[in-house]
Design a protein around this ligand. Structure first.
Ligand code: PLP
Length: 387
């Protein structure tokens, strides 16, 4: 009998992928499924980005690259960070990785071990808790509440820190709620962390360019007092509709970049070379496609939130960022999972139960608006008729 290690029992998963598989199965059986479960833009990667990857292949740029990524890409990342977040980052502190997820896995494995604690947002991206549990550390949830617009409160976060805390994870704009944490809370957090010099912070900023109305992104790169312990997670997946390319980057402080690079060498060696060239084209090329995508998301956001608020038992606050509406469903009398299953099986609408994002997600269902307005309206019509 094979005996996998104990730690495998602690690894969780991302239910979005199992809902996706279920929806695909129903679709293959001939059922008409509208997918509001998926967390990826329904737009094509802009042509000039694709062309630069094709050119890289035909030019012969298809071998191994340095483990931390090709220098022109890391330089392009630094220019972008300077332009958009006013940060002065050395390309030596940037690590190119195959997707945003890799940064969270590395950061959590660098700090997590039995006897330590890592604080993470709940509801939040499910891989945070999964990877923390896998590392052996105690996963300490920071509840994100609807009454606070699903933003975190710096005081609540700071109150969770103990002498065992090694890392805290924050995410704004957030998945699954679309919540945006205002700069005042970030300022408070940055100040408050001065009392805890041994605590690192990983700021998941993958939705930093997906903001609506007057919402603004407050980056953790803005705080010189935290320079030695901030890890930034970002990437191309969402902003440039490049989820399947697997391209992300992280910014690491001086004392951690070597650990992170070693993890890269031990796991994937480097990101595939043509994709890295595509990453340069994305950052340095025209940004109209990003603007057009955000204009479309902005319209759909109003459409979906209005339609959700018209469903019996549903109420949904307007998300400030990302492309998710996290609707309160407590008045339906069903649990999040019951409703997810009902909507998929009876209405042919794929959504994700709030509990897939942590215990504080009970009473909520996530609707992704990475689908056409027509499909969103059709889906919510169907939901209305079965409710
Ligand atoms: N962080 C958050 C908050 C996300 O929602 C996602 C993807 O859904 C990721 C990170 C991972 O991004 P990637 O697909 O680039 O690995």
């Amino acid at each position: 009998m094979l005996i996998p290690s104990q730690k495998m029992n602690h690894l969780g998963t991302e239910s979005a992928f199992s809902v996706l598989a279920k929806a695909a199965k129903l679709s293959n059986e001939g059922k008409d499924i509208i997918n509001l479960g998926i967390g990826q833009p329904d737009f094509k990667t802009p042509a000039h980005i694709c062309e630069s990857a094709i050119k890289a292949i035909t030019d012969g740029n298809h071998g191994y690259t340095p483990a931390n990524g090709i220098l022109p890409l890391r330089e392009a990342v630094c220019c972008d960070l300077e332009m958009r977040r006013g940060a002065n980052i050395n390309p030596d502190n940037v690590l190119i990785v195959p997707g945003g997820k890799v940064t969270m896995f590395f950061a959590i494995q660098i700090f997590g071990e039995p006897g330590t604690e890592i604080i993470y947002p709940d509801p939040g991206f499910p891989i945070y808790a999964s990877a923390i549990n896998y590392s052996g550390a105690k996963a300490v949830p920071l509840p994100l509440l609807e009454k606070n617009g699903f933003s975190f409160s710096a005081d609540d976060l700071l109150a969770l820190i103990t002498d065992k805390t090694r890392l805290i994870i924050i995410n704004s704009p957030a998945n699954p709620t679309g919540g945006v944490t205002p700069k005042v809370e970030m300022d408070k957090l940055a100040k408050g962390l001065e009392a805890f010099p041994n605590v690192a912070i990983m700021s998941d900023e993958i939705y930093s360019r997906m903001l609506y109305d007057t919402a603004q992104h407050a980056s953790m790169l803005a705080y010189p007092n935290l320079k030695d312990r901030v890890i930034i997670l970002d990437g191309w997946s969402k902003t440039y509709a490049m989820t399947g390319w697997r391209l992300g980057y992280s910014v690491w402080p001086e004392s951690l970049i070597e650990h992170a690079t070693k993890l890269a060498i031990n796991s994937h060696s480097c990101v595939n070379a043509p994709t890295q060239f595509a990453g340069i084209a994305a950052l340095e090329g025209p940004q109209d496609a990003v603007d057009e995508m955000m204009a479309a998301f902005s319209k759909r956001r109003t459409v979906i939130v209005d339609a959700l608020n018209n469903l019996p038992g549903f109420s949904c606050i307007m998300p400030g960022g990302a492309f998710y509406a996290f609707s309160n469903i407590t008045q339906t009398g069903m649990t999040s999972m019951e409703l997810q299953e009902l909507l998929l099986n009876e209405a042919g609408v794929a959504t994700i139960a709030g509990t897939s994002f942590g215990q504080y997600g009970e009473g909520y269902v996530r609707f992704s608006y990475a689908n056409s307005t027509e499909n969103i309206l059709k889906a919510l019509d169907r939901v209305k008729s079965i409710l």
